[in-house]
Design a protein around this ligand. Structure first.
Ligand SMILES: *Cc1c(COP(=O)(O)O)cnc(C)c1O
Length: 551
């Protein structure tokens, strides 16, 4: 449903899309025969501004051609609600490091001859109303398949469904092939979240039958029926020959969530070159030649010099602070002061306000240690999510109470650019999801590429990377992955404050060598948490060919 390639191309909302983009970038680097398919949200995901502590949304025009998208002539037709809807595609080429290009198609119903309600389907990313949403998913699944064929991509070995959003594709293939096993040979599926809202379900009589029509509805429901309608995740699970979750921990959780399915783990990564700041990139170029195309080279323990890494990271910190002072001339952020960063979608399970909820405590820690603390946060709340919008207001209210030794702010419009600035420019990247709800998380992987130390609850990818005091710090204890266990916000908050006072502040201000050692250990982890590695794992798991098989 979303693919994020760059900040100015408004085709993504968060981590799911950014990861899809990062995988396609790695595929281009590896010169793989692969084509990406998504929808074109004409008005883009919203731009966020903050006024009086509250989020407001705007949808500035974005120019498709200027972003490198080219409109193709071919159109295909999908019948929804009994009407034929025409679809066209916008073509984008993602260039890899060797110059090889991966094509990406963005489907668009803003085609002459379509009525306005049809054109509307590719206006909003993740429409709110279920009828709109199911229509979008059908356009993506069926329209994507037809567009690939119309453009001559007719020898597709595997269709990868990224989340259940595209699962109508599998139903359509079943309609054509008439045999579940034949569809399973063609389809592979990745589930990305344990959070219930991430799994679309559509009522049979309100939505599925009227929108898909009886033929396709019968087929889809015969496979993905649950309670009173169609469960898109079930549809994808039933019709895929290979299913994976996005971290080892998530595979354990997903197996509880969907008992009876064989669910493997392929842990996420990030595209190293996209997410490494210039000064750190220069340092890596000097020490690990060829690292950006073979990131596993970073695993070897070259002796990065302590002062070099600290200096390079401080340059990235200055870049972030220059950006901040352009926005907030009255704020005086100091690159020599301990700085914590938090940035991601604002959602309840990510607990954006956990570390801000007790400003008095933060102040007393600063006083007791005689040290200053800076906190930088950012994140968008979905336009239809009033609870998350309230959290943004609460966060800003907390920042109002700060000043002096504890300073903090909420930066507007978290996007890929701001994400890159923040994950490279703070000292510690704080991640507070309530276990076991974070399937993987990727912003922490961006941080470690930049020598920024992760400080996170033990969930998602971090369970695999975490080595206390070496590659990062935990918040709260291990979690057994039981979905019924709601965790303990108070205990996690207490652990955070205790570590801040006893460990993190002394490490930052008094133990530069130990801190540099942790920064280098973090950078070494980039040898694992990158999409070159993840892409190869997908390729091998799908058995497409032997090019990445170890000799
Ligand atoms: C990386 C990224 C995310 C994902 O961050 P998580 O830690 O996985 O929540 C979300 N939004 C943007 C803009 C990103 O760059």
């Amino acid at each position: 449903m979303e693919i994020g390639l760059k900040a100015s191309m408004l085709t993504y909302s968060g981590g799911l899309g950014v990861y899809a983009g990062d995988l396609l970038k790695a595929a281009a680097d590896l010169e793989l025969p692969i084509v990406g398919v998504s929808l074109l949200p004409r008005q883009g995901y919203f731009q966020q501004s903050i006024g009086n502590g509250c989020q407001t949304e705007s949808y500035p025009q974005w120019n498709l051609e200027k972003q490198g998208l080219k409109k193709l002539d071919k159109t295909v037709t999908v019948n929804l609600c009994g009407d034929d809807i025409k679809i066209q595609a916008w073509f984008y080429e993602q260039k890899g490091q060797t110059g090889e290009k991966v094509p990406i198609l963005f489907l668009d119903t803003n085609v002459e001859g379509n009525q306005d309600w049809m054109k509307n389907y590719t206006k909003v990313l993740y429409g709110h109303d279920p009828d709109y949403r199911l229509a979008q998913e059908a356009l993506l699944g069926i329209g994507g398949l037809r567009m690939l064929r119309a453009l001559g991509y007719d020898n597709i070995q595997k269709y990868h469904m990224n989340e259940g959003h595209s699962a109508v594709l599998a139903a359509e293939l079943l309609r054509e092939l008439g045999d579940k096993d034949k569809v399973r040979e063609k389809c592979v599926f990745t589930t990305h979240t344990p959070v219930d809202a991430g799994h679309d379900r559509f009522n049979e009589y309100h939505y599925v039958r009227p929108i898909l029509g009886h033929d396709l509805a019968n087929i889809a429901l015969s496979v993905g029926f649950e309670n009173n309608g169609l469960n898109m995740t079930k549809l994808a699970l039933e019709l895929s020959g290979y299913v994976n979750a996005v971290s080892k921990k998530h595979a354990q959780v997903a197996k509880q969530q969907f008992p009876g399915y064989n669910i493997q783990a392929i842990t996420n990564g990030v595209h190293s070159l996209t997410w490494t700041s210039k000064p750190i990139k220069e340092l890596l170029d000097k020490n690990y030649s060829g690292w950006s195309i073979s990131p596993d080279k970073i695993l070897s323990d070259v002796n990065l010099r302590y002062n070099e890494i600290i200096h390079a990271q401080r340059q990235a910190k200055r870049t972030l602070f220059d950006f901040i002072s352009a926005y907030y001339p009255h704020l005086d952020f100091d690159p020599y002061v301990l700085t914590l960063g938090w940035g991601r979608r604002i959602a309840d399970y990510k607990r954006p306000d956990l570390i801000l909820s007790d400003v008095a405590r933060l102040k007393s820690i600063a006083k007791a240690t005689k040290r200053r603390i800076q906190i930088i946060t950012a994140g968008k709340a979905h336009p239809n999510d009033p609870e998350s919008k309230k959290i943004i207001k609460c966060m800003n209210d907390q920042f109002e109470k700060m000043g002096g030794d504890v300073e903090g702010l909420f930066l507007p419009n978290y996007n890929m650019n701001l994400g890159a600035l923040m994950t490279s420019g703070v000292d510690f990247w704080v991640n507070t999801p309530r276990p076991p709800w974070e399937a993987s998380g990727t912003s922490g992987m961006k941080a470690l590429h930049n020598g920024v130390i992760n400080w996170s609850t033990l969930d998602g990818w971090f369970c695999e990377s975490h080595d206390e005091g070496k590659t990062g710090f935990s918040i709260g204890g291990p979690h057994d992955g039981n979905l019924e266990d709601r965790g303990d916000d108070n205990a996690d908050r207490e652990d955070f404050f205790r570590k801040l006072e006893d460990i993190v502040i002394p490490l930052y201000y008094e133990q530069p060598r130990q801190r540099a050692r942790m920064m280098i250990n973090s950078i070494n982890e980039a040898g694992v948490y990158n999409t070159i590695r993840a892409m190869k794992e997908y390729w091998n798991a799908y058995g497409i060919d032997d090019r990445f098989k170890e000799a």
